[in-house]
Design a protein around this ligand. Structure first.
Ligand code: ATP
Ligand code: MG
Length: 631
């Protein structure tokens, strides 16, 4: 086995040879001329001159060896449906979808906006776009009309693929009225709309514009649509970031670098093998859904399990029942989902045979130690955190057990992954911090490795100006996250750079304080923000969700507040002690489950909370407003 440190070093110092080797994990129609063209930094052109197709790599190339093995397993606990597609069947469905899109005028380079619930047709549409060289732009299903309209205008799609409705917790969410309104609001008008009718909600067709998927599918049942061999640098898709810190950014991804990066990550990080089943609980509307529901597992020849529903419905054992039934070997979820499960009894997990499962991966937000410990104990398998961004498409920090087995450390998403030349920079001077245990901004020296964003869609200047900083003679990409690295090279994320609190001249990460609060037995979850204070500059204010809401009644809120402050004193010191602890039943989050600290902070400072289009539950922010008027 290779030592990981050598593997990583080689990926940086012998970049060309390293990635040329990884490139052998995918099929090329035409070999590339150059591994990395970095002649116009920070723009990197990976595998320039090569031609390939993402859909071919995800589907067609597996037909020879595994046509009858599972490729896509779909389970909906919302509608009580379950469907399994072999690679042969998936191939047929994707060709049908591609034939439909072709018929609607979609050609290479055209955009197709996909506004869909978690149904197989959404994956067919993504793969069909890839097949045609069309650029998909998936918008999380259920986004309000305004957000959708903005994305329609940005992507300017020729066609939109959608469905009558999604469903969440048994409640039908009609999409068609949202879509019709969004198209009305948008300046750009798509010429055609392809509608999948699930029979959940009325979806009257607009004559001359809307087409019915079932009718179209029947008309294209046996059509063969060949893969379009595109340049490695041809954009495969655009996707927005979650909008946690402000206006979402339209990330543009290439084709060749992405295929190689995903194939390599499946081998070195996730250790998924062809013929096995991968279960990511994310949504196709997020980057995890793109990389690890659709493309990554399929490129690796694995079956991917796509799940529509909640983790606790019909009961909190549902995911583990699916792990047992489909012999899932690799699972991927988010800390927020684990926290939901944690509110229930672990016996729901123990009722199922999880012996097939090798590891559970988590990403998307900080994984606090109590949550990590709880899930690791409950499943009895390694729990591996991984840190990345929509921008990067695959992990920046994790553990590459496929290269060399390494222990996970609770609270740390792991070490720099191969290809990423990760640096810690002093926030003020931009100087590199080389010692252990120094706090700084997590940054990546250019070029970004394969699979990362090429640019901001149609806005190179925004890409350069937003992310890249010149540090004497070099260009460095900022993640806008704050972190620290220990002696063993493990990083700890301390929060976003704009979430750093400055209390009487001491810099504290919100995440550190939240972690300390979460150690209190009564606490399920906490959000900490820095609020302007006349004396101290800023003070930390905490909003806490209790495991048992009745708890506040038992102990008085004041007693519990004092007790939580004491916990923070013990773990971090009194400097980090929040000035106020307030109890709420829910925290404001994005639809992808990330804490909207900037919105909480704005409300606390009586400012306008800004762009809230990606917020899940407005009532949660209202609770915070109510606390202020009480105070
Ligand atoms: P926006 O950039 O629009 O404000 P966003 O940053 O929330 O939104 P994403 O790309 O979905 O959009 O999220 C990436 C961010 O999520 C990271 O920069 C980091 O702050 C956080 N994150 C992701 N994974 C982890 C992890 N394992 N541990 C800690 N934080 C994580
Ligand atoms: Mg971000």
């Amino acid at each position: 086995m290779t030592r990981y440190a050598d593997f990583h070093r080689r990926s940086i110092t012998d970049r060309e040879a390293f990635w040329a080797e990884q490139a052998a994990l995918v099929d090329w129609h035409r070999p590339f001329d150059q591994v990395c063209d970095y002649s116009r930094p920070p723009m990197a052109r990976w595998f320039a001159g090569g031609r390939l197709n993402l859909c071919h790599n995800a589907v067609d190339r597996h037909l020879a060896a595994r046509a009858d093995q599972n490729a896509l397993i779909w389970v909906s606990t919302e509608t009580g449906q379950e469907r399994v597609y072999s690679f042969r069947e998936l191939h047929a469905e994707v060709q049908r979808m591609a034939a439909i899109l072709l018929g609607l005028g979609v050609r290479q380079g055209d955009r197709v906006l996909i506004y869909m619930p978690m149904i197989p047709e959404a994956a067919f549409a993504m793969l069909a776009c890839a097949r045609l060289g069309a650029i998909h732009s998936v918008v999380f299903g259920g986004f309000a009309s305004g957000s959708l309209a903005n994305r329609i205008d940005d992507a300017a799609p020729r066609v939109i693929v959608s469905a009558d409705a999604g469903s969440r917790g048994g409640k039908v969410i009609p999409y068609k009225p949202l879509l019709d309104e969004a198209i009305r609001l948008a300046t750009h008008k798509p010429s055609r709309v392809l509608m999948v009718d699930r029979g959940l909600a009325p979806a009257p067709a607009v004559a001359g514009r809307d087409e019915d998927y079932a009718t179209q599918r029947a008309a294209h049942l046996d059509e063969a649509v060949p893969c379009v061999w595109v340049e490695a640098t041809h954009p495969s898709y655009t996707l927005y970031t979650s909008g946690t810190t402000g206006k979402p950014k339209g990330v543009q991804r290439d084709t060749g670098g992405y295929a190689v990066a995903l194939a390599a990550s499946m081998k070195h990080i996730y250790q998924g093998n062809a013929g096995e089943t991968y279960f990511s609980t994310s949504d196709i509307g997020w980057v995890v859904g793109h990389s690890y529901i659709v493309y990554g597992p399929l490129i690796a020849g694995m079956a991917t399990l796509m799940y529509e529903g909640l983790p606790v419905r019909p009961d909190p054992g549902i995911w583990w029942q699916l792990v047992e039934k489909y012999k899932v070997t690799v699972m991927f979820t988010a800390p927020t989902a684990v926290r939901v499960l944690k509110k229930h009894d672990a016996s729901y997990l123990h009722a199922h045979d999880l012996s097939s499962l090798r590891a559970l991966f988590l990403a998307g937000e900080p994984l606090d130690e109590p949550t990590a410990q709880w899930i690791a104990g409950a499943i009895g398998k390694p729990v591996i955190d991984n840190y990345w961004q929509t921008e990067t498409g695959w992990p920046i920090l994790s553990i590459a057990n496929g290269v060399e087995a390494a222990p996970s450390k609770f609270g740390s998403p792991g070490m720099a992954m191969y290809g990423y030349d990760v640096k810690l920079l002093d926030e003020n001077t931009g100087a590199e911090l080389t010692g252990a245990n120094q706090k700084g901004v997590i940054a990546i020296e250019g070029p970004l490795p394969p699979g990362c964003m090429q640019t901001v869609w149609r806005d190179d200047a925004r890409f350069v100006n937003t992310y890249w900083k010149t540090v004497p003679g070099r260009l460095i990409y900022s993640t806008f996250d704050w972190g620290v690295r220990d002696e063993d090279g493990y990083y700890y994320i301390l929060g976003r750079t704009d979430d750093v609190i400055n209390v009487a001249g001491h810099r504290l990460g919100t995440r550190e304080i939240e972690e300390a609060i979460a150690r209190h037995d009564a606490v399920a979850e906490a959000a900490v923000v820095g609020v302007a204070d006349a004396v101290k500059g800023q003070v930390a204010v905490a909003f806490v969700v209790l495991k048992d809401p009745k708890h506040v009644g038992a102990a008085s809120a004041a007693e519990l507040e004092a007790d939580i402050m004491k916990t923070v004193d013990q773990h971090l010191g009194s400097l980090a002690r929040p000035a106020r602890v307030r109890f709420v039943t829910a925290l404001p989050k994005t639809r992808s489950g990330k804490l909207l600290r900037r919105a909480i902070q704005a409300v606390c400072e009586r400012r306008d909370p800004g762009d809230l289009t990606t917020m899940e539950d407005p009532a949660a922010l209202q609770q915070i407003r109510d606390h202020l008027s009480d105070a």
